[in-house]
Design a protein around this ligand. Structure first.
Ligand code: PLP
Length: 389
């Protein structure tokens, strides 16, 4: 047996308090942070080495993006059999910038854009404020207990509307952890081609498909003649969001529009250290990622036992991908926002469901990228928060 790349159980909360990132700074020290999608794990050794080496050679100039597209293409080929042409890749600061710029490039002001709530909250503002487009909801079908799926009939009806010109596909889906099947994706690609809808596929969680699930890259099933993009990044799977480097992979017509419309400052927005870290992650981060996936797999199953013991009646189906658990507390908690009492009385910060849009009331999202001991503590605190005594 080979040794795991690191010990995911060796999470030291006191040491994590020294981190200056959002997860550890937003709440006072007596609150256990289990909200935003940052991991409690140490940086992957090959990434840390690449960053230390960059500092040692004072390599802090403008980003060249050197090697990012090639490293991504090699990783995508190994991971998913997806052949990316490196010249089809643009390097930007982050995935949300990619979503905003793709919508601005592939649609017109006032157009309608389909989202699938409950879904990653910043999409709403990205469509409406950053891009000046309108949101059309096609909610996921199912629930947190039975699992969710894309509503293909709802998408077909929405795509047929003349004002709908784009669809933000979140695959794997945050917060439900659903991984769309190749058949579902092929149906979406057919509908998009038929109705002239540009698909903006946010695939940031793709490397975090858990045992039993296989991620299918949207562009591997879509026609290269139809405007579509995939947004990917090493930032989620290797915990690098502060370093600012994401990639847009575009079909031929989408690339033409992006080149015409994306402003120069956006094309220069990626971080140089982020690009260096992304190359190290895609090239040499496999062992570390496997250890993370194994730890999240353990935690997603442990969570079912912990909920049965401490908060029976919670709707929960272990995610197929991501390190996020989506919990339906409507049968056990009063009000729409159980995260609030969990924070106030339980001293644990989870993400409240309301900002995730339709279907978010009475739900919370819990971060599983931690040790099993911290997960036990989080669920104990969540239960305490729900108990008014
Ligand atoms: C689905 C999804 N898209 C985008 C992001 C944010 O990515 P970035 O920091 O690259 O904008 C997240 C972060 O958790 C996410 O879950």
């Amino acid at each position: 047996m080979t040794q795991p790349a690191f010990d995911p159980q060796a999470v030291d909360l006191a040491a994590l308090r020294g981190r200056l990132s959002a997860k550890y700074q937003l709440y006072p020290p007596d609150v256990l942070p289990a909200w935003v999608a940052e991991m409690d794990f140490p940086l992957a050794a090959p990434i840390a080495a690449a960053l230390h080496a960059a500092i040692d050679r004072s390599d802090t100039g403008y980003p060249s993006g050197a090697g990012v597209a090639d490293a991504l293409a090699a990783f995508a080929g190994r991971a998913w059999g997806w052949e990316i042409v490196p010249t089809r890749v643009l390097v930007l600061a982050d995935v949300l910038t990619g979503v905003a710029q793709s919508l601005r490039s592939l649609t017109e002001p006032g157009d309608a854009v389909v989202l699938t709530p409950p879904v990653y909250p910043p999409f709403f503002a990205t469509v409406e404020k950053a891009s000046g487009r309108r949101v059309v909801d096609v909610p996921m079908t199912g629930d947190a207990q039975e699992g969710y799926a894309l509503d293909l009939d709802g998408l077909a009806a929405a795509f047929a509307r003349p004002d709908v010109t784009a669809f933000v596909l979140c695959s794997p889906h945050n917060p439900t952890g659903t991984v769309p099947t190749p058949t579902e994706l092929a149906t979406i690609a057919e509908l998009a081609a038929e109705h002239g809808v540009a698909v903006v596929a946010d695939e940031i969680h793709a490397p975090l498909a858990l045992p039993g699930a296989t991620h299918t890259p949207y562009l591997s099933v879509a026609s290269d003649d139809v405007p579509a993009v995939s947004l990917v990044s090493a930032s989620k799977a290797w915990n690098l969001p502060g370093l600012k480097c994401a990639q847009v992979v575009a079909t031929a017509p989408a690339l033409r529009r992006l080149r015409e419309r994306v402003p120069q400052e956006v094309l220069h927005g990626a971080g140089h250290l982020g690009a260096i870290a992304a190359v190290a992650a895609y090239r040499d981060g496999g062992d570390w990622l496997r250890a993370v996936v194994a730890a999240v797999d353990v935690n997603r199953r442990l969570l079912a036992d912990l909920l049965a013991e401490h908060i029976p009646g919670t709707g929960y189906r272990p995610p197929e991908a991501t390190y996020l658990a989506w919990l339906d507390l409507r049968a056990v908690a009063d009000g729409d926002d159980p995260a609030r009492v969990m924070l106030e009385r339980g001293r644990v910060a989870v993400s409240g469901g309301l900002p995730f849009g339709a279907g978010g009331a009475g739900h919370v999202r819990l971060n599983l990228a931690t040790s099993s001991a911290v997960l036990v503590e989080a669920v104990t605190r969540m239960a305490r928060g729900l108990d008014p005594r």
